[in-house]
Design a protein around this ligand. Structure first.
Ligand code: ATP
Ligand code: MG
Length: 424
């Protein structure tokens, strides 16, 4: 026999025993976002490579090292999307949705990054992303954060904490960048290889280093916060005021910087300690520079993305995954005559009892083996059709979860009985 072909490393099947959890997460997220007036947008999974180079920036890890880039048959350079913001802005510009309008969008789907696979880090992973356009103030940022806080509550998560920071305007950041580079250059000997490499390309990212040997160096680095202009400071103060009013606790983490170049002012992350090193479940902020970077007119923009695998892992860790679903009914059909009547009966019950799930004993087998399958299905009730029942025009009803007298009913009585049984 030929060897089985395996899935691509870092890309995972989501099997039927897990899909109910995904569906649960997706439906809670969808309901919540819609209740805040966010509208769903669906973008292609493949975009021109140029889009990511121009938005995320050529010197970021994502574009330098992590993108799945290929030439298609017409010689165009395309990439699997590593994130959704660039595509969302591209779509908004292409369809004229961003100019002089307020928009609240969301999307969900797979993203692709060629990273080293490990717990909480995959090469195909899934994000829910939210983007807003046309809102310049801290109010929308507070709304995004309040929305996340509500989502954690609805998902039964209480171990996620909020960190916020401000990156100021791009001018303020550019000025600060020079101070930071000068400081780091003075301490060149203490920098690790990664940081030396980033010194020219993306020095702010050095603040985010996970290397314990560089912690004190980074602690003592000049602070961007101390070099903000009045407006930036007021913006950040306002956000904190709104969060306090909304009852959301947070810490200001001056070392919180994002890997992507297009952020300005507010950045935030929701972090948990329960998932080891991959503890960030949601990250976002303001990116007023992006729309112009992609050829549009100046447009205030904010958003966040959350990692669905990490959220599910945290739900599992917190014991808040829902019980696996089970059908209401399992119909055992023993013998050819019962099968014929059974499939018709099943259709009539589906018609008469909308919302009821009924699994049939297709494939046949003995009474005993069908009852075993009925039990394994998790159904509340088994309906049994054998020769006796067919001859009498009746159905036997047997409770599989409760102690209850088994009974035989004809069809009209059966419908009434089931309706009563399943409506509280
Ligand atoms: P990290 O620092 O963990 O690499 P990031 O800054 O690259 O994260 P973002 O681009 O902000 O992540 O993506 C938002 C969220 O998507 C992350 O907070 C995380 O929950 C999730 N995420 C990012 N990369 C991966 C991945 N490779 N596998 C699983 N989830 C991921
Ligand atoms: Mg990353």
């Amino acid at each position: 026999m030929a060897k089985h072909i395996q899935a691509v490393r870092g890309m995972h099947d989501i099997l039927p025993d897990r899909t109910p959890y995904w569906q649960h997460l997706e439906s809670v997220v969808r309901r919540l976002l819609e209740s805040y007036g966010y509208q769903e947008i669906r973008m292609p999974i493949v975009e021109r490579t140029e889009l990511f180079k121009r938005s995320i920036g050529e010197v970021t890890d994502i574009v330098e090292k992590e993108m799945y880039t290929f030439e298609d048959r017409s010689g165009d350079s395309l990439s699997l999307r590593p994130e959704g913001t660039a595509g969302c802005v591209r779509a908004g510009l292409e369809h004229g949705l961003l100019h002089n309008r307020q928009q609240r969008f969301w999307y969900a789907g797979p993203m692709f990054r060629h990273e080293r696979p490990q717990k909480g880090r995959y090469r195909q992973f899934h994000q829910v992303g939210v983007e807003t356009f046309g809102f310049p103030g801290a109010d929308i940022e507070a709304e995004l954060i309040l929305l996340c806080a509500r989502l954690w509550r609805e998902l039964g998560l209480d171990d996620v904490r909020l960190e916020i920071n401000t990156l100021g305007t791009s001018e303020e950041r550019a000025a600060y960048r020079e101070l930071l580079v000068a400081y780091l250059r003075d301490n060149y000997d203490a920098l690790d290889d990664d940081s030396r490499r980033r010194l020219e390309s993306n020095p702010l990212r050095i603040l985010d280093t996970k290397n314990p040997e560089m912690q004190s160096l980074v602690e003592e680095a000049p602070r961007l916060m101390a070099h903000l202009g009045e407006e930036s400071r007021a913006h950040f103060d306002r956000l904190q005021e709104l969060l306090e009013a909304g009852g959301v606790s947070f810490t200001v983490n001056p070392r919180l910087v994002r890997g992507l170049d297009y952020y300005s002012h507010t950045v935030f992350e929701w972090v948990t300690d329960r998932l080891g090193a991959q503890g960030t479940v949601c990250a976002g902020g303001r990116y007023d520079g992006l729309v112009t970077q992609l050829g549009g007119r100046p447009t205030p923009a904010t958003g966040f993305a959350m990692g669905m695998e990490r959220l599910l892992a945290l739900m599992e860790e917190s014991g808040s995954l829902p019980a696996p679903p089970a059908p209401h009914l399992y119909l055992a059909m023993v013998g050819a005559a019962a099968e014929r009547r059974g499939l018709v009966l099943a259709e009539r019950l589906r018609e008469a009892l909308p919302g009821i799930s009924l699994v049939t004993g297709c494939g046949g087998g003995s009474f005993k083996s069908q009852m075993k399958r009925a039990d394994r299905s998790g159904a509340a009730l088994a309906l049994i059709l054998g020769d006796d029942e067919v001859a009498a025009g009746q159905v036997t009803v047997k409770a599989l979860r409760d102690r209850m007298e088994q009974q035989r009913l004809d069809e009209p009585a059966l419908v009434g009985y089931l309706r009563g049984f399943f409506t509280p």
